[in-house]
Design a protein around this ligand. Structure first.
Ligand code: IMP
Length: 201
């Protein structure tokens, strides 16, 4: 059985591989886009995380003829009216780096008073060619800080303090982040559904 994790984000690949480790140990072949010839990137132009995740999972499953998992995720910041939301990856521009996106976030927040509550959301979708077979989602709440801390994770993690804790998401170990994160929750729900369907055997 082959399963394609359809993302080019190395941070996501690492986290998803860790989560699928038990199935991989039982023979599931976990592939990434690097294992296939290049295919055109689908346009993620929907207004919600779940719709964007469906677009990606279906597009890659169809193009490559394999069961495919895709996720769409981002951060919504309350005093910014939920922005950057579905635009998190390109908040500072189409090819923006994490550093540029974080700089934009902090400059927008400098215009509004604290506190700065925020949440990460993730929708995860599995598809076979032509059909979505399972979905999962997850959310983690917290707040944005200007005091950068930690070197783990990716994206906005060094500036996101997890609710009820003092550390930023980037200060958590990968295992700890997986246990509580939006992507961890979404992927576990998705993997549970796929197991129930017998789709990982
Ligand atoms: P996607 O690849 O379209 O799902 O965009 C996800 C973007 O949201 C990333 O590029 C990050 O900017 C942000 N993001 C999503 N999940 C995380 C996370 O776990 N940590 C930090 N940033 C995240």
């Amino acid at each position: 059985m082959k399963l394609l994790i359809a993302t080019k984000n190395p941070g996501k690949v690492r986290e998803m591989r860790e989560m699928l480790a038990p199935e991989a140990a039982r023979g599931l072949e976990v592939l990434t886009l690097a294992d296939f010839p290049p295919v055109p990137e689908p346009v993620e132009d929907a207004g919600t995380f779940i719709e964007n995740a469906r677009i990606k999972a279906l597009a890659y499953a169809e193009a490559l003829g394999v069961t495919c998992i895709a996720d769409d995720s981002g951060i919504s910041v309350e005093p910014l009216g939920g922005r950057p939301g579905v635009h998190s990856a390109r908040y500072a521009g189409e090819q923006a780096t994490d550093e540029e996106n974080n700089a934009r976030l902090l400059s927008e927040l400098a215009k509004v008073s604290k506190p700065w509550p925020a949440s990460y959301f993730c929708a995860a979708v599995a598809a076979v060619p032509g059909r979505v077979i399972a979905e999962g989602h997850g959310r983690i709440c917290g707040r944005i800080t200007t005091n950068r801390a930690g070197s783990g994770g990716f994206g906005y993690d060094p500036y996101f303090i997890v609710e009820g804790r003092v550390e930023t998401m980037a200060e958590l170990s990968p295992g700890e982040k997986n246990r509580i994160s939006h992507r961890g929750q979404a992927m576990r729900a998705l993997v549970r559904s796929l197991r129930e369907l017998g789709a990982l055997e």
